[in-house]
Design a protein around this ligand. Structure first.
Ligand SMILES: [Fe+2]
Length: 295
């Protein structure tokens, strides 16, 4: 799997001012010049984006819309079995299109009346402090490209399926979106790099890979699990640990593999009490103490 601000293909500006996305040789779209040209054009939209203006329209092919339709249908079926009731309610509330990739502008227009969240296009890596900080104001940085059509059920990077099916559905929930905002407030409050990374790890183990007891069984609310065709079938078999701030903030994870350690909240209230309260009150000092206690 992957994490915002860590696992994006680098985006370079050439001497002539054009934008190039540097896909690795193992990327499914590496040898497809048409896909690569589209990736460059979509990244350029984000680089040139002026905050406060409508998000430019990304051009997708029919094949790419078909990828969305396929993944959206498959994940939708799995969500009924594996997603929390709160996530499923939020999905109903948001009403994303099932048959085509929505433009990010459209996602913003669906979300804003519900929870005030708006999408901001991101070409690639967004610095941690910026990515998390603006969550407090209801802005979510999102990539706009979609995975290569040859591997519809796999992506090495966070694409629009992850950003929108995973995150926008969660952001349509009043209660989950409040947690995103609290994470943003926490990221802005701390000054040290270590504290910021601690906060981002809590985000990783909750809003990206969080699971909870829901309807009497283990269900997922994390966007990383709920947007991953493979991972969603596996999470119940992972090493499931009790929700614990110090443990989450200091547990190492590998972004390139399925997450084998997950943390379980006993309910949404429990998540809000433990993680919401932590984000609402933490500072550099309290985080340093938590880290020292673990060592
Ligand atoms: Fe994410």
């Amino acid at each position: 799997m992957f994490e915002e601000a860590q696992y994006f293909a680098p985006v370079a500006t050439r001497d002539d001012g054009s934008i190039e996305v540097e896909l690795g040789a193992g990327h499914p779209g590496f040898a497809d010049p048409v896909y690569r040209a589209r990736r460059n054009a979509i990244a350029a939209l984000a680089v040139g984006y002026v905050p406060g203006t409508p998000i430019p329209t990304a051009e997708y092919t029919d094949q790419e819309h078909e990828v969305w339709a396929l993944v959206s249908r498959e994940l939708g079926l799995k969500h009924h079995k594996y997603a929390t009731a709160e996530y499923l309610r939020a999905t109903e509330r948001l009403g994303l299109p099932a048959e085509r990739i929505p433009q990010l502008q459209e996602v913003s227009e669906l979300l804003e009346p519900l929870t005030g969240f708006r999408y901001v296009p991101a070409a690639g890596l967004v610095p941690l402090r910026e990515f998390y900080g603006v969550l407090e104001d209801g802005f979510f940085h999102s990539t706009q490209y979609i995975r290569h059509h040859s591997t519809p059920l796999y992506t090495p990077e966070p694409d629009v399926i992850h950003e929108v099916i995973g995150h926008a559905n969660a952001l349509a929930s009043d209660r989950y979106s409040r947690l995103y905002r609290l994470a943003g407030a926490a990221a802005r409050r701390v000054e040290g790099k270590e504290a910021l990374e601690f906060i981002s790890k809590i985000f990783w183990f909750t809003m990206e890979f969080g699971v909870m007891t829901d309807q009497g069984e283990l269900r997922a609310y994390g966007a990383g699990i709920l947007s991953s065709y493979g991972e969603i079938e596996e999470f119940r078999g992972m090493d499931i640990r009790p929700l614990d701030i110090a443990a989450m903030g200091t547990t190492h994870y590998d972004i390139t593999k399925y997450q084998d350690v997950l943390f379980r909240a006993e309910s949404l209230e429990h998540l809000e009490d433990v993680v919401g309260d932590f984000w609402a009150t933490c500072d550099d000092e309290s985080i340093t103490r938590l880290i020292a206690d673990v060592r």
